[in-house]
Design a protein around this ligand. Sequence first.
Ligand SMILES: Cc1cc2nc3c(=O)[nH]c(=O)nc-3n(C[C@H](O)[C@H](O)[C@H](O)COP(=O)(O)OP(=O)(O)OC[C@H]3O[C@@H](n4cnc5c(N)ncnc54)[C@H](O)[C@@H]3O)c2cc1C
Length: 275
Amino acid sequence: MTTPDFSIEFFPPKTAEGTEKLRATRAKLAELKPKYFSVTFGAGGTTQQGTLDTVTEIRREGHDAAPHLSCVGGTRESIRTILNEFKANDIRRLVALRGDLPSGYGMGGEFRYANELVEFIRAETGDWFHIEVAAYPEMHPQARSPQDDLNSFVRKMNAGANAAITQYFYNADAYFRFTEEARKAGVTAPIVAGIMPITNSTQLQRFSEMCGAEIPRWIRLKLASYGDDTASIKAFGLDVVTAMCERLLAGGAPGLHFYSLNQAAATTAIWQRLV
Ligand SMILES: Cc1cc2nc3c(=O)[nH]c(=O)nc-3n(C[C@H](O)[C@H](O)[C@H](O)COP(=O)(O)OP(=O)(O)OC[C@H]3O[C@@H](n4cnc5c(N)ncnc54)[C@H](O)[C@@H]3O)c2cc1C
């Protein structure tokens, strides 16, 4: 098997201890030689400095790294300032998102959707950045319909994105159907599959409810049956997610993007089974 492109996502740590822990995680994950690491961005700019600091540290260590940038609540001026900061640090790739403000904040700002952010980045910075955007094989939770969501995705790609990364899912058919429909709608850019390792069922359930990713019934029931037996949850998760990754790659997925949650073990174990 030719080695697919793969990337690994972190969130910016909030404490000195978290920063140290992430350094250790990164050292382990760097051995897998991912194409790049990405670092999330708190909507409304809440992690702006932490995102930039983490990305610049990763780049100083000799690895490629992409900050995420969410536009919700931002103004043209505030986004321009961030883009200029990225450029000044010689950052050449980013993940462009709308983001979600905490409930009660409304939307605010001068950008409504990610396609407007992508357009703005291209207008301001030309081809400086390689831009990735988000895709939702199981539909974004706020979309009116799957077709509407697909249209929005196509609009976002046509605004100048180079590639997409999907929300995580545990149903490979949703990914295959989504990519096929995107191709039919004229999208030729890579759509990389977002992979969430399974290590903790309570946390997974919480995330999935927030982002609209479905945990299939059989996986839910199996996880529930293990109770607090974390070793069995991890072993089961490793089998299920690795098998899905194998299927995705065999079916033409151009790469995998791991939501590491700043942990090295699960991503490493899956990757080592795949290569
Ligand atoms: C790979 C990945 C990384 C992420 N990283 C982060 C992060 O770092 N920080 C963070 O805060 N969040 C992050 N998220 C979460 C993301 O911000 C949320 O899912 C958010 O709700 C939508 O962002 P988006 O960029 O996909 O939005 P959009 O593409 O703007 O879509 C949002 C909703 O609006 C609809 N829509 C889009 N365009 C239009 C239009 N022109 N007219 C009408 N409707 C439209 C879409 O169908 C969808 O329902 C990430 C998600 C993924 C998949």
